[in-house]
Design a protein around this ligand. Structure first.
Ligand code: FES
Ligand SMILES: [Fe+2]
Length: 369
């Protein structure tokens, strides 16, 4: 699609961050449709924040790796021979071929192009027929590394220089999610949803304080006590909580078997959500793929994952999660078409949408710096 030029600074300045939510207007539609805004986000938001990388389980063993692409750069999160977790650049220092795809287990990193070989600590071990070159110091051709941190069942990496550790940034959330530290929580499944919408449309949908649940998710609404839905704001994240409805059913069972006493939905700026209910933890990790495209990655952990009963429970639970997700995908794609139409520019926040306003304010602050 061809986009007309915009005055980026002026478009960013149009959004007011100094009002109470009852008086504020949402960001202009250009924030959701113009590639200049996405380029600025890449630079000032994604490259300057901790980014979810993968479940800790997937890089538990020495020599295991997962490729993660963040904000235009490709990384390998891996555990080296000594058990040290690293996030290395996935780009060969010779002519820039990418070293590995997907995930797996490797002895060393061998470039598919001309065969330069790196150790799992990133050092260049061999470079075929390069011995006679002038001024070629192998030591200076290691793969660059970025900060990486394990936070309970999740691994994060930071594409830049973090001001604080994940543990510091999310300390109050760790307390709220404390049960996720239980060793029984095991990663059992990953599902990806490609969606034709700007990444923020999906986040906004998540942060409306339950406003859309009763209207869009009839199945889910009957299982939650929507009157008690609450949102709590913290510095760089927020938490929505809702108890389960007393008479709720889930596949012929008391729904509390699935969500326990209730659900906790945590959003971590900018693009990660953690959902905690019953014996389950899952992510909604929103990866921008273009100004009007994103992919949402769901990783699922269950605390009981062995045996026939657990298997059936997991299957039914994943199915219920997918039903809700399909409804969200359809509405997010509808919103993207809407913000792209000339008739729409800005909207207003419902009173329950304070979490969404918090997201837009943090974003505005970062986009303007
Ligand atoms: S690009 Fe990797 S060895 Fe040439
Ligand atoms: Fe939803």
């Amino acid at each position: 699609m061809k986009h007309s030029a915009i005055d980026l600074a002026a478009e960013l300045a149009r959004f007011r961050t100094d009002l109470p939510v009852e008086a504020a207007a949402t960001p202009p539609s250009s924030w959701y449709t113009h590639p200049d805004v996405l380029a600025r986000e890449t630079e000032t938001v994604f490259r300057r924040s901790w980014q979810y990388a993968c479940p800790t389980d997937r890089v538990a063993a020495p020599k295991s790796y997962v490729r993660v692409d963040v904000a235009g750069d490709s990384y390998l999160v891996l555990r080296d021979r000594n058990g040290t977790l690293r996030a290395l650049s996935n780009v060969c220092r010779h002519h820039a071929a990418q070293l590995l795809e997907g995930a797996g287990c490797v002895e060393q990193l061998v470039c598919p192009y001309h065969g330069w070989t790196y150790d799992l600590d990133g050092s260049l071990r061999s470079a075929r027929d390069m011995g006679a070159l002038a001024d070629f110091d192998r030591q200076r051709f290691s793969l660059p590394q970025v900060p990486v941190e394990v936070w309970g069942p999740l691994v994060f990496l930071h594409p830049g220089r973090p001001a604080r550790s994940v543990a510091e940034e999310l300390a109050p959330l760790a307390a709220l999610l404390a049960p996720t530290d239980t060793p029984e929580l095991r990663h059992v499944h990953r599902r990806r949803y490609p969606i034709q919408c700007n990444w923020k449309v999906f986040i906004d949908n998540y942060l409306d304080g339950g406003y859309h649940v009763a209207h869009l998710h009839h199945g889910l609404a009957g299982q939650l006590e929507m009157g008690a839905y609450a949102t709590q704001l913290f510095e760089r994240f927020n938490v929505q909580t809702c108890p389960s409805a007393r008479a709720a059913e889930f596949h012929g069972r008391d729904f509390r078997a699935r969500i326990g006493g209730g659900a906790l939905y945590a959003w971590i700026h900018p693009n990660l959500m953690l959902n905690r209910y019953g014996d389950i933890l899952d992510t909604n990790w929103v990866v921008p793929l273009g100004v009007d495209r994103c992919e949402v990655v769901f990783d699922y952990w269950f605390s009981a994952s062995e045996g026939e009963d657990a298997r059936r429970f997991i299957e039914a639970s994943l199915e219920a999660s997918d039903d809700v997700q399909q409804e969200d995908v359809a509405i997010c794609e509808s919103v993207q078409r809407g913000v792209s139409s000339r008739s729409y520019d800005t909207g207003r926040y419902a009173r329950s949408e304070g979490g969404m306003y918090q997201f837009h304010r943090l974003l505005a602050e970062e986009l303007r710096r």
